[in-house]
Write a protein that binds this ligand. Sequence first.
Ligand code: NAD
Length: 469
Amino acid sequence: MDLAQTQRIIKNTLQDLQKDELFITQLQGENREKTFASVEEILTTTDKIIKSYIRVSKDDGRIVRIPAYRIQHNNIAGFYKGGIRFNESVNEEEVENLAVLMTLKNALHDLPFGGAKGGVVVNPNDYSDRELNFISKKYVQRFAPDLGPTHDIPAPDMGTNEKIMDWMVGEYKTIHPGQNYLGAFTGKSVDNGGAKGRREATGKGTFFSYFWLLHEWIGKQKSLHFNEVDKVHKTQYEKLKSLYKKHVDEEEITIAIQGFGNVGSVAALEAYASKELKHRVVAVSDHNVTLYNPNGINIPGLITYQNKNGHLPESKGELENIGVYADIKGRGDILTLDVEVLILAAAERQITDKNMRAIKAELLVEGANAPIDAAADQYLNEKGKIIIPDILANAGGVMVSYLEWKQDRITQFFTNEETLREMSMQMTQSCEKVFNDYFERKLEGIRYTCYLHATKKLFTLLYKQGKLF
Ligand code: NAD
């Protein structure tokens, strides 16, 4: 989904909410029309866009200027919150779209945060540690007046990690002596006030959303009734039932994971190690290669390699050295493999009208933000494929970030078990409301159902906080 497509779904949900007579009954007639138009205006525009060029001194003595963004979409639900990504394809429209998705995600999961996002146009692999440290500190210096634990709280995203969050919080502390600094950034190392389990939270949450749908929801669901017009819902329901039957028959479900970074490698390990729902991880990929073995891949071996080298092995020799057996394919090949489940945990716009017809997986999970564009989303839905959308599937990270922000304010730290328990509970609640609503009310799509819950919450807050006069 790009920005225009995200905004279009917001508009559609508002049009349907307007027709829902039970929603804010006090608003009637012309007043109702005007109020809905106001909410549409507010949610489809962005509070603040800040662009800056960071001056970086390179190791070879050159000075380069790198574009950087912080975009704050909306804070009606709480302080702005959203990751910072370091990637060479970062651009204003992408960051703005991601900021809107954060607003919706936090609202969907009832987290007390608004939505923001940051980005730096840089490939972190091309920079030394000293240069990255410099970029991180400069980012905080530039955006400091707009950041803070009670204003806007960044976290890691693509290309950034706990080391960068530690550097950033360190710089924030220098700029604001004597102030609460720990809660200014989340996703920090545990030594530095980070939440235990934060690093794994997005990958675990992504896998959990799928696991819950199949194991807890379909597994315990009595049969649902479908009318003639509910063809897509019926097909999806039957596909989920037949996937669940594989589990009952003790057969392995085949799964592929695109992206082997923070989100993808953890989701792959969850699938590999899951005892309650048996999987065969037949393929993983990164920005260079797809590794494929129909008999299953040794994920722990690849994680050890990835932790050391920062990427997947790229040659047969490297694979043999670590005792992993797989064919090496092109990076895009993972998307069209013959698997039952595909977790997308790499980047935006991976499935588009160019490759959507070749997708064989029946269930797709968006660990990444916006990996499926609008045309492909519509096509795959019409085919009865099940897509667990980004704002539902990848919220584990921000859920645990919320716990980190809370613990940093009172300096009493949660245990790993507490963090994961809380995340699973919140994920369960969100999945339950979305899937119940989608299948029982036969709503337009799972993504649409998520957006509907989010806009309903944001509308209610805007109304109750008196922002619609
Ligand atoms: P990361 O930088 O740790 O890993 C990204 C992985 O994707 C790497 O393995 C990289 O090689 C691979 N990749 C990049 N471009 C690719 C391409 N075109 N084809 C195949 N592989 C490609 O990033 P991450 O933190 O794991 O984030 C991945 C996605 O998840 C992003 O969309 C991000 O916005 C989203 N996300 C991350 C978090 C988080 O907590 N890290 C939270 C929510 C959403």
